[in-house]
Write a protein that binds this ligand. Sequence first.
Ligand code: COA
Length: 360
Amino acid sequence: MDPPDIESVLKDWEDLSVEYKDLEILNRQYQEKLEEISELQEKCLKGISHQKYRIGIIKQASKKLRKGLDKELVERLDTVEKEEEQRLAQLYEMEQILPKQNGRYLKIILGNVNVSILNKNDKFKYKDEYEKFKLVLSGIGFLMSVLNLILNYRAVELAFIFLLVWYYCTLTIRESILKVNGSRIKGWWRLHHFISTAAAGILLIWPDTTAWQLFRTQFMWFNAYISFVQYLQFVYQQGVLYRLKALGERHNMDITIEGFHSWMWRGLSFLLPTLFIGYFFQLYNAYTLYKLSYHPTATWHVPVLAVMFFIIFWGNIRTTGIVVFQKLDSKDRAKLQYRVMGQRDSSASKNQEEKPKKTN
Ligand code: COA
C-alpha cells in the first residue's frame, strides 16, 4: 500500500467538512422537531386535562338534573353518559403516547429520569419482558425450593431467600414503571410485592433456631407451590396480553370482545382454584407461625411474619374476589370495548361491532 500523501489527506478532510455541513442542517431540523414535539405534547396534555375537567362538571350537573326529568331526557342523558365513558377511554389512550411524571417511589429510587414509553409496541414488549422475567425467576425459585427440601445447608437457603428479596424488590420497580406507562395493575398487587420484599428480608435475618427449622420445610413447599401458580399466571397473562394486542390492532378481525371474554373465563376457571389454594397455604403459614411464636426459641421474626402472611392472605383473597366480581359485571365488558375503541379509529371500531367473527 502507498503511503498517504498530504494532498489526499487535505482533500478527504474538505470532503468530510462538506458532509458535516449537511449533518449540521439535519441535526438542526431534528432539534426543531423535538421542540415542536414537546410543544405539541404540552398542548395535548392541557387539552386532555381540560376535557377531563369539563367531563367531571358535566357528570355532576347530569347527576343533579336527572331526578326531575322526563323519560326522553333521561335517555339522552344515558347516551351522554355512555359517550363520556368512551371519551374517557379515548383520552386514556391519548395519554399513553404522552410523557408522564414518575410516581414518588420511582422518584426516590431512580430520580427524575423519564421512564415513559411512548410507543405502543415498546410498551407491549416491556410488559411481555416483565412477564417473562417473572417466569424465569419463578423457575429458578422452584428449583431452589426443591434443592432446599433435599438439602439443609444454611448457605443454600440464605442464597434462596436473598434471591426472593431481590426478586420482589425488582418487581416493585418494574411494576411502578408499568404503572407510569398506563398499566391498570391494582394497588394491592404492588403493595403485596412491597410486603413480600419486607417479609423476605425478615426471613433472611431470622436466626437459624429450632423455630426456623420447624417452619423451614413448610416454607420451601409453599415456595415450590407458588412457583407453579406463577407459571399458570404467566400462561394466563401472556394470553391476555397477546389477545388485547390483537383486539387493539385495527385490521385484525380474528378476535372479538366476545371471543376474548370466553377465553378469559376459561383461563380463569383453571387459574382461580390454584390461586385460592395458594391463599389458604398463606393462611396456614400464618397459623403455623402464630403457633411457633410460643416456641421457646421463637424470636420477634416469628409473630411479625405471622402477621405479614395473614395480611398477604387477606389482601389477596379480597382483591381476587373483587376482580372476579368486577369481571362478572357487564360494565367490565363495556370498559374493554371502550378501551379497544380508544385504540382504533372510529370506522374500524364500527366495523368491529358490526362484524363479530368469533374466534379466540
Ligand atoms: N401482578 C401484576 N400485574 C397484575 C396482577 C398481578 N398479580 N394482576 C393483574 N395484573 C395486571 C394485568 O396484567 C393488567 O395489566 P395491564 O393494564 O398492563 O394490561 C392489569 O393488572 C389489570 O388486570 P385485571 O383485568 O384486573 O386482571 P387480570 O385479568 O389481568 O388478572 C387475576 C386477574 C386474578 C388472574 C390476576 O390478578 C392474578 O393472577 N391475581 C393473583 C395474584 C396472586 O395472588 N399472587 C400470589 C400467588 S398465591
